[in-house]
Ligand binder design. Structure first.
Ligand code: GLP
Length: 240
């Protein structure tokens, strides 16, 4: 894994957006894998600035998001559907976007359909990932085994607590989600893992240098041939 330590969150966001812009320039019909959470918001802001300035054209780009709460209404302010529209999709000219459907009648069928849709688009060129404090990627939570394909999964107690900040009350956080699995993520040609702040330092250290274990899901990224970890100085606190 390559480690890129940036001075602060803004520099991290610029660096990630620059890599995305370069990919879109060299492959205008590329497939991006996108993430939610606070961390990529700065990257999305940079992409919107670049788009407004005429520096990038998303008119042939397809995006697949990593995960979605399940069940959740698209109209809910907390859905990742809403998050992506607000923070990126409604503000650029992206051709096609896909997010697991939190309103689907059957979670298992939605997982299988999502997996097929990614394959039908020829797979993901570049996958952006955040990391949970507990090391989760997407909603692949710590557990006894890695799950390969897109799957319906209960959320970890620590994730429910961490994500409660987006909801009126912790009791409103959905208890389940649909997430790309580890094999789904690994099929991406290139992966960028983003982390900002001292709260992520321990997870970043373990992802880069810890044993490869499903108890720390991001550690499995050590096995992918093209991963760049872009962190700010605080998140790099334990690796330097
Ligand atoms: C969420 C998402 C993850 C994200 C993580 C970290 O639960 N499912 O994809 O990476 O939490 O979020 P944040 O960037 O807000 O710390």
């Amino acid at each position: 894994m390559k480690l890129s330590v940036q001075k602060n969150y803004e520099a991290l966001s610029r660096e990630c957006a620059k890599i995305i812009r370069e990919l879109v320039a060299s492959k205008p019909n590329c497939v991006l894998g996108l993430a939610t959470g606070s961390t990529p918001v700065g990257t999305y802001e940079q992409l919107i600035h670049m788009y407004d300035a005429g520096d990038v054209d998303f008119s042939r780009v397809t995006a697949f998001n990593l995960d979605e709460y399940f069940p959740i209404k698209k109209s809910s302010d907390q859905s990742y559907y809403h998050f992506m529209r607000k923070n990126l999709f409604d503000r650029i000219n992206i051709a096609q976007t896909f997010i697991p459907d939190g309103e689907a009648p059957d979670a298992a069928a939605e997982c299988a359909a999502y997996e097929e849709k990614i394959a039908a688009h020829g797979g993901i060129d570049l996958q952006i990932l955040g990391i949970g404090n507990n090391g989760h990627i997407g909603f692949n939570e710590p557990g006894d085994a890695f799950v390969a394909a897109t799957n319906y999964t209960p959320l970890d107690e620590s994730t429910i607590k961490a994500n409660a900040r987006f909801f009126a009350d912790e009791s409103e956080v959905p208890r389940y989600a649909v997430t790309m699995g580890i094999r789904t993520i690994f099929r991406a040609g290139k992966i960028i893992l983003l982390a900002s702040g001292a709260g992520k330092a321990d997870a970043i250290f373990k992802a880069l240098h810890g044993p490869i274990t499903p108890q720390m899901p991001a550690s499995v990224l050590q096995l992918h041939p093209d991963v760049t970890v872009i962190v700010d100085e605080d998140a790099a606190g334990l690796v330097k």
